[in-house]
Design a protein around this ligand. Structure first.
Ligand code: C5P
Length: 224
């Protein structure tokens, strides 16, 4: 059922955290598991899309039928995404670190013992991958979907994010509960035309339904 609905299309998905080095043995990162992004990549492939999955370090097997491009830093993730263009769809699920250490030491940093000054770390802003791809003049994917993890005023923040980043849709999830790292998700899908709330369901089911919505939209464009 619906198999082949996305055949002939190319989809780019980012997933997982990024890892920003401080020195050869230390990094800044976050708790993203990659589950939702991997499930979306797999669901798009099931509908026949050619899928490039650019992923930060996670402990998940590569989804079947997907071209997995492993990366570590946000800058590597941006480069891998740009190399994957042109694509019809871009789903930005990765939890990209907003900041990275301004300098990554080539040798392990020696942190002095107790009683000495506190070491400090200078941070610098990472590129915003979603915003960069959504604002491409040439090769902008025709459907750009961002994710927004919010703890309150979910829809309001998501609408602001949609405009700020120039996305077509935002998948907003309320992470005030136990969603992060878990197997279920509760989302609202926000577009320029309005929003719809989905009941709480498994991340695989969110992925399946989102892939079907994507197929309806991209398919419509293809027919017209
Ligand atoms: O602004 P915020 O980080 O909450 O936006 C989340 C959305 O932006 C997600 O879709 C995430 O993948 C994307 N993002 C990105 N590059 C960044 C930060 C966020 O692609 N540096």
């Amino acid at each position: 059922e619906n198999a082949g609905a996305l055949s002939g299309t190319h989809a780019l998905v980012t997933a997982g955290p990024t890892r920003e080095p401080l020195d050869p043995v230390r990094f800044l990162s976050n708790h993203s598991s990659g589950k939702q992004g991997y499930a979306i990549a797999e669901a798009l492939a099931r509908l026949g899309a050619q899928v490039t999955l650019v992923s930060g370090p996670v402990s998940l097997p590569a989804p079947r039928g997907v071209n997995l491009v492993p990366v570590e830093t946000a800058r590597q993730m941006l480069k891998a995404c740009e190399d994957a263009l042109p694509t019809d769809v871009f789903v930005s699920v990765a939890a990209v670190a907003d900041w990275r250490p301004a300098r990554a030491a080539t040798k392990k940093l020696k942190i002095k013992g107790a009683g000495s000054e506190h070491p400090s770390m200078e941070l610098t802003e990472n590129p915003d991958i979603l915003k960069t791809l959504a604002n491409k003049r040439k090769n902008r994917p025709s459907l750009v979907i961002g994710f927004a993890a919010e703890t309150h005023d979910v829809e309001e923040h998501a609408v602001a994010k949609l405009k700020r980043k120039n996305c077509d849709w935002i998948v907003a999830n309320d992470v005030s509960g136990d969603v992060m790292g878990g197997t279920e998700n509760e989302i609202a899908l926000i577009s320029r035309d309005g929003s719809e709330r989905w009941p709480r369901m498994g991340k695989d089911e969110v992925a399946r339904r989102l892939a079907l919505k994507i197929a309806e939209t991209v398919g419509d464009e293809g027919d017209g």
